[in-house]
Write a protein that binds this ligand. Structure first.
Ligand code: ATP
Length: 371
């Protein structure tokens, strides 16, 4: 019988370290509340040093929190060592046993748990099929490619059916093509397994494509915890908006002249919030426009010139010059504009963000119509 899926809950979790240079204490993770739903795939995302690994290591039991409590299902687990948590970790280095073949590497955890021989054979065979390594049971690990070794490492961790599987940048040693293939495999593995996945990465594309929910952190503080598309289209603040999306969002200083008129780069536009009850109280704001919403089309009301054209195959990133500022636009297909060629642009869609310039929080989202 399959075990009931369990999630993880963090309540007011903090970790304090001492800065080796100054000797002063600082919060590597500060007052974090997080509910990781059973069976979900959560990515901990953020720039280097933001506290992702520390958070993961606390959930896995390799570090203990200085404040707060962690629960696995309903059970408080702060006091439990990693081996008592029914969780497992895939290490970046794979940590395979070099003198064992593929089968024995995957069977290792099951043997330790004294699982009967027949069941070990059945479970290892099934899991090797899942990671597409059937027929390779007898190979030694040094006879495998990087991607195959990584799949053995994942199979070995999944074999004992842990409630929660932790991964800390597991694909960082692989080349770009293999990384992309492994992302597909990981997503499939997650839906086939009964485990909750918690995955550390600083790569926003990896987080966007894999996660059911992204936990985006900066300087030890949780910035937003939402499904990837919500993080992308409704960022909580300017930091989140800037970290997610490639090419990055355009940020343009603007003034709100009355509650619905916005002035920027010599342009006046009417802003209509998606939520009619929402009013913007700040006068100095930052407009956030994703490049796909700054479109180039004949007859567009914004007159600009082409600054650079970067085709990447399926799409082209065009930087346009507008009142001495550069604004990015993404156009489907391959297009080549002459440098300084006049072009006409428009702002489309209902996901134009307005951030308060002082607090950098998003204060509204809606449509922007150039007047
Ligand atoms: P990266 O992507 O570079 O791995 P991260 O987001 O995973 O970064 P953490 O490894 O969690 O970041 O580190 C968070 C902060 O805590 C960093 O400033 C780091 O230098 C610091 N830190 C981590 N471990 C210790 C330690 N044992 N003692 C002191 N400071 C530490």
């Amino acid at each position: 019988m399959e075990k009931e899926k369990k999630g993880v809950r963090l309540e007011h979790i903090s970790k304090i370290y001492q800065d080796p240079k100054t000797g002063k204490d600082f919060y590597a993770v500060k007052d974090t509340d997080l509910v990781i739903e059973p069976g979900s795939f959560v990515t901990l995302l953020g720039p280097s040093g933001c506290g992702k690994t520390t958070t993961l290591r606390m959930i896995a039991g390799f570090e203990s929190p200085d404040e707060g409590e962690i629960y696995l299902g309903d059970e408080p687990i702060n006091a439990l060592t990693p081996d008592k948590r029914d969780t497992a970790m895939v290490f970046q280095s794979y940590a395979l046993l070099p003198h064992y073949n593929v089968f024995d590497n995957v069977a290792y955890g099951l043997k330790l748990r004294k699982v009967p021989k027949d069941e070990i054979k059945e479970r290892v065979t099934r899991i090797l099929k899942l990671v597409e390594l059937e027929g390779m049971e007898g190979r030694m690990t040094n006879q495998l490619s990087g991607g195959q070794q990584q799949r053995v490492a994942i199979a070995r961790t999944l074999a004992p059916k842990p409630q929660v599987l932790f991964m800390d940048e597991p694909l960082s040693n692989l080349d770009a093509k293999l990384r992309s293939e492994m992302r597909t495999e990981l997503k499939r593995l997650h839906s086939d397994s009964n485990s909750t996945f918690v995955y550390v990465t600083h790569d926003q594309l990896e987080a966007m494509t894999l996660a059911t929910k992204i936990c985006l952190m900066e300087k030890g503080v949780l910035q937003q915890y939402d499904p990837p598309l919500t993080v992308y289209s409704q960022p909580a603040n300017r930091f989140v908006a800037d970290f997610v999306g490639n090419p990055t969002m355009n940020f343009i200083d603007a003034k709100v002249t009355d509650s619905s008129t916005v002035e920027f780069l010599g342009i006046n536009a009417r802003f209509t919030p998606n939520d009619p009850k929402q009013t913007i109280n700040a006068s100095e704001v930052i407009l956030g426009i994703r490049p796909e919403f700054f479109t180039i089309r004949d007859g567009g009301k914004i007159k600009a010139t082409a600054y650079s054209t970067l085709p990447s195959g399926m799409e082209t990133t065009v930087k346009v010059k507008l009142a001495d500022e550069l604004v990015s636009s993404v156009v489907f297909g391959a297009i080549d504009y002459r440098v300084d060629q006049p072009i006409e642009c428009d702002i489309i869609g209902d996901q134009i963000c307005i951030f308060d310039k002082e607090t950098t929080k998003r204060v509204s989202i809606g449509k922007l119509e150039v007047l």
